[in-house]
Design a protein around this ligand. Sequence first.
Ligand code: BGC
Length: 765
Amino acid sequence: MFLYLNKNFLKAKTKQNFILLSITKQQYFMKKVLFFFLIILTHRSLIVAQTPVYLDENQPMEKRIEDALSRMTLEEKVAMCHAQSKFSSPGVPRLGIPENWMTDGPHGIRPEVAWDKWYQADWTNDSCIAFPALTCLAATWNTDMALLYGKSIGEEARYRNKNVLLGPGVNIYRTPLNGRNFEYMGEDPFLASRMVVPYVKGVQSNGVAACVKHFALNNQETERHNINVVVDDRALYEIYLPAFKAAVQKGNAWAIMGAYNKYKNQWCCHNQYLLNDILRGEWDFDGVVVSDWGGVHDTMQAIYNGLDMEFGTWTDGMSKSKTGGYNQYYLADSFLEKLRTGQVPVCELDKKVRNVLRLIYRTTMNSKRPWGAFGTEEHALAGRKIAAEGIVLLKNQDNVLPLITEKLKRILVVGDNAVRMMTVGGGSSSLKAKYEISPLDGIRKRVGDNIQVVYARGYRGPELKSYNGVLARQIPDDHRSDEELLKEACDEAKLADVIIFIGGLNKAERQDCESHDRRDLGLPYNQDELIIELCKANKNIVFVNISGNAVAMPWVKQVPAILQAWYSGTEAGNAIASILFGDVNPSGKLPFTFFEKLEDIGAHKLGDYPGINKEQTYRESIYVGYRWSDKENIKPLFSFGHGLSYTTFEYGEVKVDTCEMTKDEQITFTIEITNTGEEDGYETVQLYISDKKSSLPRPVKELKGFSKVFLKSGSSQSVTFTIDKESLSYFDDVQHKWIAEAGEFEALIGSSSTDIRSKINFYLQ
Ligand code: BGC
């Protein structure tokens, strides 16, 4: 523009030379200077018009947000606060501000559904890599695995143009009946906190927001839409909130999802205490609060109690979706009406829109974010690595495992779970996987043709042809009776060198599945009887439990080898086979306690689970999981932190750098670990802290550190743990703050919560 005008000016200057000659030299220069000023001014205004602040990536984000906000109409702003389809919300097309697209989460990218229907959109290019369930990830006790998981699933989300991944879930494992425990990270707030942070960071490194869910106290599925949770502040702050807090403060999560249930008689999706006081007030959360799908119940509360975006509301009043009814959402027309009539000030709307815009700037409007990748071999192998690291060897009497192929001629694989697809079912985390290796396929592939692998179903799980419109692998119709199935398995057992029983739960309703809890702790479909009968026929039996929850094992003494193999996604069968045959030395540790029976669990012993008059009181308070079994001296079936290896580890004596620390100091514990067996392997060394005397009751001990180390056979390594007063603190519910009380403490280092190998006392001044 500048050059163009200048050229014209010169042209004119030559043509009308006589005018120029008639003015003085000084006048000429003055004119020229003025002209250049004019040009610069025009030029500047052109630049500004081309790049408004809200689009200028060189401007600070908050400034861009304010600029965008100032350009939006009331209607455009309100539209941003609620869904426009099952999984999306509008941007501002007029301003070039993009839509938000959400996806489940948390184990893979959900297949596309129709705009306003839950059924599949029938895309042919949306088959994802299914990663292991989050319980499996937690069982790796390896933060590198959490980062790998987050990065990989984030890449899948990014490629599919989703800017919010609805996960991870970090609700605490309070009862093994919770149908959604498989989507969470176990019973311990410290373990869940450590594992959630890298997951969130990995996802967000792709310019995709992790939406941490379900905030908070969503610890059961039964009555999840109505139950009011009554919990004391100590349990809330010490047990149920830390993982969310870590995700927000250490992981810098960009989004959080409210839970379905109520707390203090307010639904959690619009809850003054959880969202305004704690999340925004105490933790300074600057991301966006998204409702769970259909979790909003009231316009005024949704306006004032911390919600930013409403999704999934059943528009005709808690039953079914009305096509195109998005304007009937609580944060849609009724919100607009209240703003228009002045019942609600616009600043309340602006608060929400700022959070939504911040989400958009961090994701879709970040031109530097990577492009992602989808369904790749790299992702499948990442899933396999995580799956293999998460499998827990619960029992291995007489070293039944690993199986030595040279010694085997005939393997009998029994169980419905050996062939059942586990990436479909279970609720909103259900996937359309690119492929899924079943345990039977994995075993067959691993042993090749030299060993005969015979399959007997043994028991029958429910028929599943498809789920949410995604086809499940067909298990051939089998009309034989239960007795016939059992007989076939037992007859085959007598002929086999080893039986691999692949059983457990599945993703059917009232198993590991959203919406309902399990009915009891026992294995379904008569598996107990089958296992007992098989043991009579052949003692060389390995039980592989596929589940996201603990199960009762009344036959535990009869079965020499037991593996906890979770839901492991696309590469499940290969991961299981790699452990069974010793290609990978198991290193998973339980992220929750396997109690023998329900009455051994605080929530069931004391509690009114699943609630009385739609109220659930957490009477066991802070005594969840091992905190309860420690306090009550209950011997669990398998302890929190337990997991065997094909090698053995010896622990030295723990040493401490100082016996007394002040509240501003740190303290370091060192212990030497030696691999005394013949295999190389990983050991997860666990640090628990015990407060010897305290003004408030405290758990016997609490996990405050862990370190997963790789040791070659015969080698040793020093493991150190450095902690500060945070690891010694409790939450004082009267003063409403964390207190590190002076006095004597004990550091306990071990291989599980009940296998403590060395202890040392120290003092806090
Ligand atoms: C679940 C959420 C999920 C959402 C969207 C809800 O029923 O509770 O975890 O993200 O649906 O599918």
